[in-house]
Design a protein around this ligand. Structure first.
Ligand SMILES: Nc1ncnc2c1ncn2[C@@H]1O[C@H](COP(=O)(O)OP(=O)(O)OP(=O)(O)O)[C@@H](O)[C@H]1O
Length: 255
């Protein structure tokens, strides 16, 4: 079943000082099936964050449309948009985006508080999530008192606690050491095995090799796609690395 569809997404930024407008996305179309784990890769400035922000409803395209479960995001406005985002999407960012004055527990529960979930249900949902992420002992700590890996696992807990249709991750391993990155990627694998759909923007071939499909973006356009199929993660990693070196070739030849 198709979960997400992006149709001919274009984004043009008008620069403030009257400079030339910047075309960040030049017609991007793709879809994601429910239960897929998809990575998006591309060089710096290729349009990855712009695309993710549009899929996250944090920004609007200049033209084109995004559908989640067949519903056009264009049609959701104002207050409904915040509720839609909170209920249907989970976010994991490079810099964690935790609230410093909230404990780990309150950070995780925040989306449920905002959607007025009863206290007993919040506690019920919290327990299995924090147990599976190994952060139960940290619930009363503040973000400043925990490691980067623990912060990211807190952010994952906050993302999954609403049982979102789709988790959007923007460079989720970008600020983590290799051990914490590996831990996070194993968590993503496990979530995906449990049926969670994930879409991740990353510079890391290792992170991308955990996905089942990798989309490559260049100059605001999707230009190649790799599917893992039955291949091992190592073989997929080697293919991704080889594709990336071709993607950065100057002659513009497609994969
Ligand atoms: N708010 C903005 N105003 C003007 N131009 C922008 C704005 N945001 C991004 N751009 C431009 O759009 C293009 C795509 O940027 P984007 O941040 O989406 O790339 P990216 O692939 O995510 O890069 P990186 O990997 O470095 O984060 C770049 O040329 C960038 O300079």
């Amino acid at each position: 079943m198709e979960l997400l569809r992006a149709e001919n997404i274009q984004k043009v930024y008008n620069t403030r000082a009257g400079g030339k407008p910047c075309r960040a996305l030049a017609g991007v179309s793709f879809s994601v099936e429910a239960g897929e784990f998809v990575a998006i890769m591309g060089a710096s400035g290729s349009g990855k964050s712009t695309l993710l922000n549009i899929l996250a409803t944090l920004d609007t395209p200049t033209s084109g449309e995004v559908f989640l479960e067949g519903q056009s995001m264009k049609q959701i406005k104002g207050k409904n948009l915040a509720a839609f985002r909170r209920e249907k999407l989970g976010f994991v960012f490079q810099d964690f985006n935790l609230l410093d004055t909230f404990t780990v527990r309150d950070n995780i529960l925040l989306p449920l508080v905002l959607s007025r979930t009863p206290l007993a249900e919040m506690e019920q949902r919290l327990k299995p999530v924090v147990a599976s992420l190994g952060i139960e002992p940290l619930l009363d700590h503040f973000p400043v008192e925990i490691s980067g890996g623990e912060k990211q696992r807190t952010a994952v807990a906050r993302a999954v606690i609403t049982e979102p249709r789709l988790i959007l991750a923007d460079e989720p391993t970008g600020a983590l050491d290799s051990h914490s990155s590996q831990q996070l990627l194993n968590i993503f694998d496990r979530l995906n095995e449990q049926g969670q759909t994930l879409l991740m923007v990353t510079h890391s071939s290792l992170a991308a090799s955990h996905a089942r499909r990798v989309l490559f973006i260049r100059d605001g356009k999707l230009f190649a796609e790799l599917c893992r199929g039955d291949q091992s993660q190592q073989v997929f990693y080697d293919r991704i690395t080889a594709s990336l070196s071709m993607a950065t070739r100057q002659d513009g030849e497609s994969l």
